[in-house]
Design a protein around this ligand. Sequence first.
Ligand code: COA
Length: 224
Amino acid sequence: MVKVYCIDIKDAAIDSDWLKYVSEEKRQRLSRMRHPQSLAHSLVGDLLVRYLAVQYLEVSNEDLHFETNRYGKPYLVDPPKPFHFSLSHSGHWVVGAVSQNPVGVDVQLMEPIDNNFAQRVMTPEAYEHYLKLPDSQRLDYFYDLWTRQESYLKLTGEGLANGQIGKIGHYNEFLLRDNGMYYQMRTLESNYKLAVCAGNVDFQLVMAHVPLDRILPQLSHSRN
Ligand SMILES: CC(C)(COP(=O)(O)OP(=O)(O)OC[C@H]1O[C@@H](n2cnc3c(N)ncnc32)[C@H](O)[C@@H]1OP(=O)(O)O)[C@@H](O)C(=O)NCCC(=O)NCCS
């Protein structure tokens, strides 16, 4: 089963006191972020995954140690049982997927794109399909493919580093390339797309909304 937790940060007042719940490395990374929304995304994502690890693994926040792979994918070091997660943020949403098996999640605010951009990032087959669609369906199609592909990249943890995937492809191209990977789409709001990628066909997907103020009391131990 995959569970996706969603936090709406639209009206959240981000408090610098929350920094005490994350690691020193994370605090340093956050201190280099110039854009307040990027900082809020990254901090709330970190708090969310800590909250989930505390709940699922019944350990305290101060015992959690995270590392990142060479491409930036975060993982929990030596969890007492399998604990896979993936984080994504866009607009006023921060989402985290957890599972006992590898998982990837991607959320995107569907901002307008122009055809030049679409052509640049899509395969010829996908772009041809995109052009055939009525204007009203193009954005939906584009972000559907985009988030699926990003969720796949989030699962593997390789980003675009392996050089095999540089453009977003049409559905058939997905099936050929990502053999053994499956996708489910969910709608958070009409102008957001959310894709989840996992290795089981028909994987069970449960969505949950978490208020930000439910997280902090679970992280009561601060890190120094
Ligand atoms: C991580 C990646 C896969 C997507 O990042 P993104 O869409 O910009 O950002 P998201 O909000 O969805 O996810 C960011 C989170 O993913 C996680 N992450 C970072 N690198 C990761 C990686 N290599 N694999 C998995 N997860 C990763 C982190 O938790 C990060 O949160 P943080 O920045 O607060 O630490 C990015 O490295 C990448 O390669 N993007 C490709 C973009 C692109 O050009 N795509 C073309 C069409 S597919």
